[in-house]
Design a protein around this ligand. Structure first.
Ligand code: NAD
Ligand code: ZN
Length: 244
């Protein structure tokens, strides 16, 4: 794999790097991205119609079951070479922030330390009313499990369409984007806000924007470097090319 010649020395001397990742980074682990067609039982639903407070209010059991299915899928997969390359990058860059839209927890599983999970984590379950986290819950096939404290319905601790992002993580992500020297946008279609605006925030403050994606996105014309291909191939090759 060959990289643009100016990219390698730039990365070698960078002391502050922020990376935003999306569902594409986990695709090679076997997890579907949002834009991929849903399969089997769920093919008739659009994720947008299942991942929202309205959907949960309308049919909580349907939404619970969809997440239960995805939770099992996440449990069965492992990080891929792209996740591990980001762990290597963190070891080599003095200030590194990994901002992820993924809810699968694979970055931490791989060993990344400074991770901001903007959209929550699918393995955590909490009360939809009082926010109490649940460690265990009964799963009968009839109804959504309930909170032990207040009796409210349990839900996954993820951010649904139309919901606010966790404030602390978002603030830290904006700060990292505004102050980094290099910003990576990896495996994200760049259409889900506010995460999508982070690359622009970085660019407006003078950061070099590097995009890694299978396909061009709305960000591509604004990126300083666009590396087209699979993140599980490009990221490890980049680590090797820069740090040997
Ligand atoms: P997206 O589905 O909108 O876009 C995925 C992007 O990744 C696309 O641009 C695609 O071209 C690219 N891509 C696919 N395979 C790739 C690969 N191997 N290497 C590099 N790029 C690849 O995902 P998004 O931008 O993350 O936004 C959708 C929302 O979906 C997010 O809010 C996220 O929370 C949620 N989501 C998360 C997961 C997960 O946790 N694994 C999975 C599906 C959706
Ligand atoms: Zn409760």
């Amino acid at each position: 794999m060959t990289f643009p010649p100016d990219l390698l020395p730039l990365l070698l001397r960078t002391s502050k790097l922020a990376a935003l990742t999306g569902a594409g980074v986990s695709q090679e682990s076997g997890l579907r991205t949002f834009r991929d067609a849903q399969s089997g039982l769920w093919a008739q639903y659009k994720p947008e119609d299942l991942a929202s407070p309205q959907a949960f209010a309308r049919d909580p059991k349907l939404v619970w079951d969809w997440y239960a299915w995805r939770r099992e899928a996440v449990k069965a997969v492992r990080p891929n070479a792209g996740h591990y390359a980001l762990v290597e990058i963190e070891k080599r860059i003095p200030q590194f922030t990994l901002i992820t839209q993924n809810v699968d927890g694979l970055h931490r599983f791989a060993g990344s330390k400074n991770v901001l999970e903007l959209h929550g984590n699918i393995q955590r379950v909490r009360c939809s009313e009082c926010y109490t986290f649940a460690e265990t819950w009964g799963d009968d096939s009839e109804s959504v499990p309930k909170c032990e404290v207040c009796g409210g319905l349990l839900r996954p601790d993820v951010v649904w369409f139309g919901e606010a992002l966790p404030r602390d993580s978002l603030e830290a992500a904006v700060e990292a984007a505004r102050t980094c020297e290099v910003f990576f946008s990896v495996g994200t279609s760049g259409v889900v806000q506010p995460a999508a605006s982070l690359a622009y925030a970085a660019r407006n403050r003078g950061a070099v924007v590097v995009e890694i994606n299978l396909e061009p996105t709305p960000l591509t014309p604004k990126a300083d470097f666009f590396l087209q291909g699979k993140s599980g191939e490009i990221l490890p090759a980049l680590v090797k090319a820069v740090w040997g």
